[in-house]
Structure formats: C-alpha cells, structure tokens
Design a protein around this ligand. Structure first.
Ligand SMILES: [Zn+2]
Length: 242
C-alpha cells in the first residue's frame, strides 16, 4: 500500500477506536473517565486530533524497513539512518515490522516512554508527526533537503500547538500500537500479504488473488477519496456538538 493510504487508515482507526479504548484506567492520566462514564471525554478534542495525527504517523513505522521509501527521508539523514537500522534488524522489507509482535512491542515501548521518560516521549511524538506529514505529501518533489526542512518546521509548529493546548500523552502507546497494527492489516489486503504471526513465516494474504495492487487506479482513484471522506465524517461525528 502507498504511504498516504496507510496514514489515512491510521487516522481512521484512531478516530473510530480511540475514545472507548483511551478511557481504560491504565491509559488515563486523570479521573475524567470516572465522572463521565466509560466513553465520554476520555480524550479532549485536541487529544483526539493529536492522536489521529500520531496514529497516522505510527501507521508509517512498519515501512521504515524500506530505506529507499519516501518516508525514510522525512527528517533527512536522521530518518534515513533509522530506516537503515530498522531494515537491517527486521531482515528486509515486510519482515518483522509487519507483525502483531512489532505492533504490541512498540505500543508497550511508547507507553513506557510516555510514562517515565519525557524526552524520549517527545522524540517519539516529533518523529510520528513528521512521518504523518511526509505520508500525506508535505514536501517539494525532487528536493530532499527542502522537503526535510519544511517538514521540520511544520512538525515543530504542530508540536508547539499540542503543547499549548495541554495535550497529554498517556495514550501514546495505544496510538502507536493501533497505527502499526492497522498498517499490517492494510498490507494483508495487498497481493503480497504480511507475516502477521512473525516469527512464524506464514504470510497472511487475501484468497483468490483479490489483493490490492499497490499504487494502481483502485488505490488512488477510489480508496484514497473514500478514506478522506471517512476521516472528515469521523471527525464530525466525534467533535460536532450534539
Ligand atoms: Zn508495509
């Protein structure tokens, strides 16, 4: 699947699943959920939107196993080196990073960072914002340095906005796990499939070769607009005053 398809499914998964999940006691910083019932107001509107962006970014993480992908150039040499390392560790494209184990491990790691290590948490948040922006096409085609600089600027801006709106990151691990997992689900819909139960080698793929061919007409002309509409609809549903 293409980067922006993954990013959009990440945002959709977050907007759909996060409010009930984020109300779970472990993920909640305050007693907000106790007063208002299990679902309502577990996340502030700013947290809901910040989460959608971070989850979209997290939905790009599994493809860091592919150093020549656009996404690896998000922050210039920094993300390129990270991508090289991930690729080496994961044993090439669509290996370990495209599995349930990876989604859970990264989610737990991010949750731990959010809880105990603020600088690590902020690095993760900045990386995820940058990946999300890059995935939706922020940058100048053919200009690596210019694109990276634009991305750095916009990422810093968004990070500052979240900070000024008092966004808390108790749900960071949840966003990372959901994003990585929805990426794996998405790639299982393509013709190549994914090793979901890695380290077992079996590939999960749709039967009868109905899997989506990456980057073809269906993904660009039908799927992408449909996902955009779904994001707008979910945002409206979650945020519109009743
Ligand atoms: Zn992938």
């Amino acid at each position: 699947m293409m980067g922006h398809t993954h990013a959009m499914t990440g945002a959709i998964a977050w907007l759909g699943l996060a409010p009930p999940l984020a109300a779970l006691p472990l993920l909640n910083e305050s007693s907000r959920y106790i007063d208002t019932g299990i679902m309502a107001n577990a996340l502030t509107p700013a947290e809901l939107i910040a989460g959608a962006i971070l989850c979209a970014g997290a939905a790009m993480l599994p493809d860091l196993d592919h150093p020549s992908a656009t996404i690896a150039q998000t922050f210039g040499p920094i993300t390129w080196a990270l991508s090289k390392a991930v690729s080496w560790l994961a044993g090439g494209h669509r290996g370990a990073t495209h599995s349930l184990v990876f989604a859970v491990a990264l989610g737990l790691g991010a949750h731990w960072l959010a809880d105990t290590y603020p600088i690590g948490r902020d690095v993760m948040v900045v990386l995820l914002i940058g990946l999300a922006l890059r995935a939706i096409g922020v940058g100048i085609p053919g200009n690596k340095i210019g694109s990276a600089l634009i991305n750095v600027g916009l990422t810093a801006g968004l990070y500052a906005v979240f900070l000024s709106l008092g966004v808390g990151y108790a749900w960071l691990g949840l966003a990372v796990a959901i994003g990585c997992f929805i990426h794996v689900v998405g790639d299982c819909m393509t013709e190549r499939g994914c090793p979901v139960l890695w380290p077992l080698r079996a590939k999960f793929v749709l039967p009868w070769k109905i899997g989506i061919k990456t980057g073809r007409k269906f993904e660009q002309k039908i799927l992408a607009p449909a996902l955009s509409v779904a994001i707008v609809g979910l945002l409206f549903w979650r945020l519109a005053p009743v």
